[in-house]
Design a protein around this ligand. Structure first.
Ligand code: HAM
Length: 525
């Protein structure tokens, strides 16, 4: 007997099933309504992009780019890739002449495959690729020449040179771009902003998005490899603190609307390209003095990204971190003023927050304002939203000088927190189960089910005839509020029997009264 494979969702991914999916839809609707009320409009960018886009914006030294991206070459030349792997694995030696002949055969095969792919445009026709193929051909010819009857026999140094040259050139041949599943969307939104010349649009461009993101993290509660974000970005000429404040106000309004109560907003300013480098150097110098007191990760980060040391959760690091210089004491005049005005804006809007000088965020593109929101019920992964200003990112990606600010909510975590609070909203369920018996009743049932659905009610109509007892049992199990009974009596009298399942109260109604009654019920629900 052949063993059947049990397919399961890939590690770190999951299915979102009913009834949870209804809560997700409700949350996303609330977010869309809130964002749209603030003038944001939906943007849908692709799920994968050029890997370099994320490397340049999020930063090559960040955890996200250095170890968490799902990246793959954008080509389907698997055969050629396989031939290249074989070629790179060969170690031809004159001690064993057969290995030299095998190597030659692999080189020939690779040249033929690469030539065809290049001609057919399956691999990029760049000068680098053409040069790489030329090198492979030249050295392959040199190898073959040694096997001519009159040629000087091959010696070891020559074989080494030929092998190395061919292998290096083969490795350098670019078969296609490396692309990555998006680990976040800010970079994609900036790319789209530049690509579509959106800087020419009037005022600030306000965009929001919703969708899956991918990071190869260690899965745990609230942390997945495919997770969902709802985010918003403001791009344009102005960096007025009122923009930062309005974006954060919108976020807090949404959290209030969805009943996320036990939340804390943390705020910081991490300076700009004028003042931050000086602070980072000061921090690095100070960290070098206390290096021995820190854990291995922090020690490594002193050189690669000292700001990230402030992110450390390691208990051993905490007393040392408390003694380090704080960015707030080292902001330039402009950044200090920006931060002070932001706080005035918060006062104007009654936004409460906690200042946290250690909030540096794990992505490289931030300047000035950074913020995070934590929520209850999430354990260690309690950040439900992160965001900040990223003036200069558009320019870094080849666009015009542009200011930017935004955030992304971790939808999985927001939903989890709502569920843990026990205050999930009561969402409309099955309103009417149409129980029918007999062909005439079925005809009427089909018609009335459509009318009720047109009124916005959720209606279930069994496709096969059932005894009323069975129908009512199923209606009950499905959680229907009403059963609409339609049998021979009802057909004869042109009425319907409407039974409220919770208390078994029932009434006979003609179609107009029935529609009116259920319609008013729906409005009241
Ligand atoms: P982020 O802090 O990397 O920022 O992610 C934002 C939120 O996404 C986090 O606070 C968290 O709720 C959620 N999140 C991140 N990783 C995971 C995961 N593995 N599983 C579940 N949820 C996760 C950004 O992505 C920036 N693009 C935000 C931004 C927009 N900044 C400016 N504009």
């Amino acid at each position: 007997m052949s063993e059947k494979k049990q397919f399961r969702a890939i590690k770190g991914t999951r299915d979102i099933l009913p009834p949870d999916s209804a809560l997700w839809n409700w949350f996303e609707r609330k977010a869309r309504d809130t964002f749209e009320a603030y003038g944001f409009r939906d943007v849908r960018t692709p799920i994968f992009e050029d890997t370099d886009l994320f490397a340049r914006s999020v930063g090559t030294d960040t955890d996200i780019v250095s170890k968490e991206m799902f990246s793959f070459p954008d080509h389907s030349l698997w055969k050629l890739e396989g031939q290249r792997t074989q070629l790179l694995l060969r170690r031809p030696s004159l001690q064993d002449p057969l290995t030299v002949h095998v190597f030659r055969a692999y080189v020939d095969e690779f040249i033929v495959g690469a030539d065809i792919a290049l001609k057919e445009g399956d691999i990029p026709k760049t000068p680098d690729n053409e040069r790489a193929l030329e090198i492979i051909r030249t050295y392959s010819d040199r190898l073959v020449a040694h096997f001519m009857p009159t040629a000087t026999p091959l010696d070891d140094p020559t074989l080494q040179l030929i092998t190395q040259s061919i292998q290096q050139a083969a490795a350098a041949l670019i078969l296609g771009d490396i692309i990555s599943l998006r680990p976040e969307s800010t970079a994609s939104v900036c790319r789209a902003y530049i690509e579509h010349g959106m800087h020419t649009l009037p005022g600030n461009v306000k965009l929001y998005y919703a969708g899956p993101m991918f990071r190869r993290e260690r899965p745990q509660k609230g942390r997945y490899r495919q997770f969902y974000q709802m985010g918003a970005e403001v791009l344009g000429p102005s960096d007025a603190p009122g923009i930062d404040a309005e974006v954060i106000e919108m976020l807090m309004v949404l959290f209030r609307r969805v009943g996320l109560e036990k939340i804390t907003l943390y705020l910081n300013s991490i300076g700009c390209k004028e003042c931050r480098p000086k602070y980072v150097e000061l921090l690095r110098a100070q960290l070098r003095n206390v290096k021995d007191q820190l854990g291995a990760d922090s020690q490594r980060r002193i050189e690669t990204n000292p700001l990230r040391v402030l992110d450390s959760k390691l208990p051993q690091d905490q007393p040392t971190i408390e003694t380090l210089p704080r960015i707030s004491d080292h902001l330039c005049e402009d950044c200090r003023t920006h931060f002070a005005r932001l706080k005035e804006e918060f006062a104007l809007r009654n936004i409460t927050y906690e200042e946290n000088w250690r909030l540096v965020r794990g992505l490289d593109y931030y300047t000035r304002t950074t913020f995070e929101v934590t929520a209850a019920g999430l354990g260690s992964q309690n950040a439900v939203c992160g965001g900040g200003r990223y003036d200069g990112l558009v320019e870094l990606l080849g666009g015009p000088p542009t200011k930017g600010i935004g955030f992304a909510i971790g939808t999985d975590r927001a939903i989890l927190s709502i569920q843990e609070s026990g205050k999930s909203p009561h969402l409309p369920g099955l309103a009417v189960f149409v129980a029918w018996m007999g062909p005439k009743a079925y005809q009427a049932a089909v018609a009335i089910a459509r009318k009720l659905r047109d009124c916005g009610l959720i209606v279930e109509l069994p496709a096969e005839e059932m005894k009323f007892k069975k129908s009512l049992g199923l209606a009950d199990k499905l959680g229907a509020k009403y059963a609409l009974i339609n049998g021979e009596d009802e057909v004869a009298s042109g009425t319907y029997t409407l039974k409220r399942l919770a208390n078994a109260n029932q009434q006979k109604l003609a179609e107009p009264e029935l529609l009116e009654y259920l319609e008013s019920e729906r409005r009241g629900a």
